[in-house]
Design a protein around this ligand. Sequence first.
Ligand code: ATR
Length: 274
Amino acid sequence: MTNDLYAVIGHPISHSKSPRIHSLFAQQTGEPVEYTAIQAPLDDFAGTVRQFFERGGKGLNVTVPFKEQAWQLADQRTGRAEKAGAANTLYYDNDRLVADNTDGCGIVRDLVDNHGVTLKDARILLLGAGGAVRGVIGPLLAEQPAELVIANRTVTKAEALVDLFSDDAGNTRLSACGFGEPDQPFDLIINGTSASLQGDLPALSPKVIGAQTVVYDMMYSLKTTTFNQWALDQGATRVFDGLGMLVEQAAESFRVWRGVRPETASVVEELRTD
Ligand code: ATR
């Protein structure tokens, strides 16, 4: 039997962990899946996607910088992709290119299932207002936290996200502010900024960290991330990086494509020791 072909598409792509993750999923589930990495030219994402599917490809993961283009290119979007404004998963259904987004579901699963964090009635501080943050707001609100504060360097961008998601907030108090404003401990702080790529930290008051605060950096690193190190220095004791989120979003894409949900804990473990 020949394998069904999947790939991750991005630019650059050589450091992507997705081929490794999906090969482990294929091994574990026995699904006939072959998964590669494709670097699309920056000016021809659409053509590269078209070629992949014309050659019989079954599904794509999409990463930086093409997630918004993938969203635009699709004939049809799932509800969670529609609101996220970006897609990380593409496949064909009845001759229509479908865009999905599994990133938000990935962080919720990692927090709730893998780390035992309670989101219902929690007070959450979400840092950043870019594409990565937009993708996780809907799934976080669906867990019915008591409060979701979106803090960003550029406050107007956080305010725009509050407007966009105000209809999804239900009983959650949803608000926007600058980094300097919050001065009470939160149950959960999620870093969705890319500040650490410039060697920076969001300028937060140390008062946002209490003895029980869970800190989650959507970035991942084999050593402690810059943001998590800051949180530890302020007295945080429960800090997690985004490797679990990466594996969970991949597992959800695999489930969407194959109808089988792989087990994730052993895959996270494997990647930590690679
Ligand atoms: P991504 O797709 O990773 O979300 P993005 O859409 O460019 O990338 O968003 C980057 C986020 O990190 C934004 O919230 C950005 O803040 P601004 O909206 O003010 O630009 C934030 N960010 C990037 N560099 C930062 C820095 N040095 N300090 C604080 N926040 C930063």
